[in-house]
Design a protein. Structure first.
Length: 172
């Protein structure tokens, strides 16, 4: 995905991974320069709060338009306008409410780490059955089966960091 950040004097274009695949560590590419990024903290709606870029901690505030898409980003008190050419809007729902679970798809409702995972492919499950634990903001959130069925695939592993909207597993 291309992301363009405009300042008064210059325009920077960055290649970043698709938002759905962001984990706590990733790289941003600008021409031949690569920066290592680590997400340190997020707000409850999943937007960034603190990030580390090449070892330097930055405070981040994302200002959104009325449609929920990013309008500007404030980094350590300096505001930058944002023009995103392609974006997955499921991560920028203006309401701040968790995305609804699709039929049979279990999706992370907030960013965090999978501390426990009891689901295995082929395993039969009942609606409401505990499938795992997602730790977020020092809280344990239960991952429950949205319906009865058989686990078709597990997309994450215990200990893995997930972002809001990431697919955890599918029930068929």
């Amino acid at each position: 995905m291309k992301c363009t950040v405009r300042t008064r004097n210059q325009k920077n274009v960055f290649d970043i991974p698709q938002i759905a695949s962001l984990r706590s560590d990733f790289e941003i590419k600008k021409e031949k320069e690569v920066s290592k990024v680590r997400i340190l903290e997020t707000w409850p709606d999943g937007s960034l709060r603190l990030v580390m870029v090449n070892g330097k901690v930055l405070s981040v505030t994302v200002r959104k338009k009325s449609n929920g898409f990013p309008d500007s980003v404030e980094i350590n008190g300096t505001r930058y306008n944002v023009d995103v050419s392609k974006i997955d809007n499921s991560h920028y729902s203006g309401s701040g409410k968790p995305a609804k679970q699709a039929s049979g798809k279990v999706i992370a409702v907030l960013p965090g780490q999978i501390s426990s995972l009891q689901a295995k492919p082929g395993q039969p499950v009942k609606k409401g059955q505990l499938l795992g634990i997602l730790e977020a903001m020092k809280m344990e959130n239960e991952i429950l089966a949205p319906r009865e069925g058989k686990i078709q695939s597990v997309k994450i592993e215990q200990g893995q960091t997930v972002m809001r909207g990431d697919l955890i597993l599918e029930i068929g």
